[in-house]
Design a binder for this molecule. Structure first.
Ligand SMILES: [Zn+2]
Length: 87
């Protein structure tokens, strides 16, 4: 017999400050970037410091910094890696 709990993902609510920090790491979403191939919840997992079997729920919706469309947990995004590039 399989333990049903083993198959469940833990649900974690993402606080809005963490969601905003995660959104700051993306440069575009699937609607506006051809390079968007990373699910936003991967970025959330990093921002939360909780990699693993979690389902993330955004406490507040975030928007793509480029096209301002709503970004959900499952939206594919293009991630900015590294330092800010403001001059
Ligand atoms: Zn976008």
């Amino acid at each position: 017999m399989l333990d049903p709990d083993f198959l469940l993902c833990e649900l974690l609510t993402v606080p809005s400050d963490v969601a905003i920090r995660a959104a700051a790491e993306i440069s575009g979403c699937e609607a506006c970037s051809a390079d968007a191939e990373l699910p936003f919840d991967w970025v959330l997992a990093d921002a939360m410091g909780r990699p693993g079997m979690f389902e993330f729920i955004l406490a507040a919706p975030v928007r793509c910094p480029l096209c301002h469309r709503p970004v959900t947990e499952k939206t594919l995004v293009d991630r900015v890696v590294g330092i800010e590039v403001s001059v």
